[in-house]
Design a protein around this ligand. Structure first.
Ligand SMILES: [Zn+2]
Length: 456
């Protein structure tokens, strides 16, 4: 959704470009009228000269009016101004073009749609191969082409950070890997829960996807479905990245803080020496733990549901040895930890029921009242943490759609709050010094907050 939006914004920008350029080109007109221009032409006194002056003014008007004046004033030499070709050159609306890779596309046909001959397309693939093989290209991505005076450039985004560059200069192709990000922008968002996380985040300008990412970062520590309270607050340091064309590549959370019921949680995004990226506490512990805090993912719908409190949302008591999550029927249910399905079927008042034994053999989790099971959830099947195992319903003894969730130790239901969640691997000791430095910088940038926007 975010991407579509970005595309829309930039395509609007493209179509508006001539008007905008015209407006900005006025002051710069002055720059290329005098000296260089006049000294090069001998129009002094003669009719021929006058004609040349009129023609050149007309030309200027055409060029200025059609945009690209910025380019013209800096890079096109005087001789070129006079020729008709130069006018045409300056008239080129935009030298950037791009071609979508469709489902089932190989690289060569895409390049041919961009105007390359079959042999040129295969030349490009051959040149690229030692750097990055284009044998498999991802549908949904684009080949972007830039044609300029200096030559032709082709770009293919390899991943979030890298772009494959293939350039044609003086009839020679050259390929290399380049950083994808041309520039980035950081922003700090800060808000307090007074209504619902989504509304409160939107109020301070945070987009929905960033809100979901924030929820994901703290999914091992905070039960966003049940435990949010008025007065909780959050701070987020985001980074938006743009490519050479100024296109939005994506947005990431660099650092985040969530204060839930007076307990402060902080996370910093960090890339380890082995290239893996994750979120860590300022002390270098992983945010990931053996169990997610909740089996239902916080969403716009679940947040509304909890607020309405249409159904009793029971906590763990002697009488009710589980925790209930009110959610609309069909909401996905996630395994809180890695394990194996021990039971999947109807079980009395629990209705459609799934029991998962976790890798630590004394722990199991139980999920009841499901509307249906997810595909392949059968006894003996391995499940990953976060995997969808079924959908919220009201089977068995239930007055309304909700998930009944139990955490069992040695088969006995215990209060999930008391379950220890072991964190995944921390930042290795050898990398701690660098981590601490980066963590400190990010936290300060986030807490400073005052500089709400910064371009870098
Ligand atoms: Zn229950």
């Amino acid at each position: 959704m975010r991407k579509d939006f970005a595309d829309k914004v930039s395509s609007q920008a493209t179509s508006r470009r001539p008007a905008r350029r015209r407006a900005t080109s006025r002051p710069s007109l002055k720059r290329f009228i005098p000296q260089k221009w006049f000294s090069g032409l001998s129009f002094r006194g003669s009719a021929k000269g006058l004609l040349a002056l009129v023609a050149s003014l007309l030309l200027l008007w055409v060029v200025a009016g059609s945009g690209e004046s910025g380019v013209a004033s800096t890079s096109i030499t005087q001789e070129e101004w006079i020729g008709a070709e130069a006018v045409q050159e300056a008239n080129v609306e935009s030298a950037w073009s791009r071609e979508l890779i469709r489902r089932g596309d190989a690289a060569a046909p895409v390049l041919m749609r961009m105007g390359y001959s079959r042999s040129e397309a295969y030349d490009i693939l051959r040149i690229a191969k030692p750097v990055y093989s284009l044998a498999q290209v991802r549908a949904g991505r684009y080949f972007t082409q830039h044609r300029g005076n200096a030559g032709t450039e082709l770009y293919y985004p390899v991943d979030y950070d890298r772009v494959l560059y293939i350039g044609l200069r003086d009839k020679t192709w050259k390929a290399e890997m380049r950083p994808r990000v041309a520039f980035s922008r950081t922003a700090v968002f800060e808000g307090e829960i007074s209504d619902s996380l989504f509304t409160d985040a939107a109020r301070v300008g945070m987009d929905e996807r960033t809100t979901m990412n924030l929820v994901d970062i703290f999914a091992w520590d905070i039960d966003f479905v049940r435990d949010l309270r008025n007065g909780d607050h959050f701070r987020v340091l985001t980074e938006d990245r743009f490519d050479v064309e100024g296109r939005h590549i994506g947005s990431i959370i660099r650092a985040a803080e969530f204060v839930n019921q007076r307990h402060t949680y902080r996370a910093i995004r960090y890339t380890l020496a082995d290239g893996s990226t994750g979120y860590y506490t300022p002390e270098g512990k992983s945010m990931r733990k053996t169990y997610l805090k909740a089996p239902v993912k916080f969403s716009r719908i679940s947040s509304r549901f909890q607020l309405r409190r249409k159904h009793p949302v029971l906590g763990f008591t002697r009488a009710h040895r589980g925790v209930d999550y009110a959610a609309s029927s069909g909401t996905p249910i996630h395994a809180v930890g890695e394990g194996r399905v021990e039971f999947s079927g109807w079980k009395g008042g629990y209705g459609r029921f799934v029991l998962i034994r976790h890798l630590n053999s004394s722990h199991s989790t139980a999920y009841g009242h499901m509307r249906r099971y997810a595909k392949g959830i059968r006894k003996g099947k391995r499940v990953r943490q976060g995997q969808v195992i079924g959908y919220v319903g009201m089977s068995g003894l239930a007055t309304g759609p909700h998930l009944h969730f139990e955490f069992r130790v040695h088969g006995r239901a215990l209060n999930p709050l008391n379950i220890k969640r072991k964190p995944a691997k921390p930042v290795p000791a050898a990398q701690m010094a660098r981590f601490r430095m980066e963590a400190e910088q990010r936290l300060q940038a986030m807490l400073a907050g005052a500089a709400k926007l910064a371009w870098g």
